[in-house]
Ligand binder design. Sequence first.
Ligand SMILES: C[S@@+](CC[C@H](N)C(=O)[O-])C[C@H]1O[C@@H](n2cnc3c(N)ncnc32)[C@H](O)[C@@H]1O
Length: 318
Amino acid sequence: MKWHEIKIKTVSEHVEIVANILYDAGVGGVVIEDPNDINLFDRDESSWDYFDEEILNFEYEGVIVKGYLPDSEDLHDKIKFIKESVHKLADDLQNKEDEIVTVADVYEEDWANAWKQYYKPKKIGEKIVVKPTWEEYEAKEGEKVIELDPGMAFGTGTHETTMMCIKALEKYVKNDSTVYDIGCGSGILSIAAAKLGAKKVIGVDLDEVAVKVSKENVYVNSVENVVDIRHGNLMEVVEGRADIIVANIIAEVIKILVKDIKKFMKEDSVFIASGIILDKIDEVKRELEANGLEIISIERQGEWAAILSKAKVGDKNE
Ligand SMILES: C[S@@+](CC[C@H](N)C(=O)[O-])C[C@H]1O[C@@H](n2cnc3c(N)ncnc32)[C@H](O)[C@@H]1O
């Protein structure tokens, strides 16, 4: 099948807006290539089987956001919409060349597999190692290995927003914990919670592809007796209260989620909200506080933040 790769060169501050433009045009998922992100493009050449010089040369030239659209009758309108929206954004920039849209034809097989050469086993936090299913890895003492094939779903474990969630889960998951993972993508956080000993995990995603991929990954990791993956919007398909709720979604969606979150929390539950671009920390923090949550900590990695909060002491959960 023929697809069209929409590649947008942009600046870090515009990544979230550009990703949203692509989503609005109908792409199923976006790929963000930030060469300044050492976690995505590990600079330690000794740990690489393969090293792409082009990526290094790209170092100071900005961030690439890519999305894919299938051949369709309205393709031209969608590309026009993307170009116009990105050009409007570029008006704010001194150097308009910093924001450029290019379109290339690709075949499903090419783009579905191209990223795999960059994806290697990676240790995140103290215990969790994320290992692509096709790679070999020998676990060291105390390590918990997640076997993952993210396919078309978000969640390889290389993105800062995911890494901050995994580190927080390592800190808070106990053997009797119940965990809700809102926007589970590849299922990575649900599986991490299960491997860290959670008693029950529910992962939810709006995207059917993510649900399918999560279920497959849950099965590959043999945690299907603990993790239940559901298709749905935010908390609509979960009931009851969890000890930990993790949501790695963009700030705008977190702000909606926060309005009802306490109905799903106990007195000492922790809410891990990630996927927040640095500029939006205050907005999300205000929304959390306005809805009866108290900030525990704000973690930052690269351009992203994760805010950890809990119900305010003495404040009754609804
Ligand atoms: C950034 S990815 C996070 C994936 C994975 N949890 C991780 O941390 O790597 C966000 C996911 O949230 C899902 N999502 C976005 N809006 C949602 C909503 N309203 N309800 C449920 N899932 C949603 C997307 O489909 C996507 O899979």
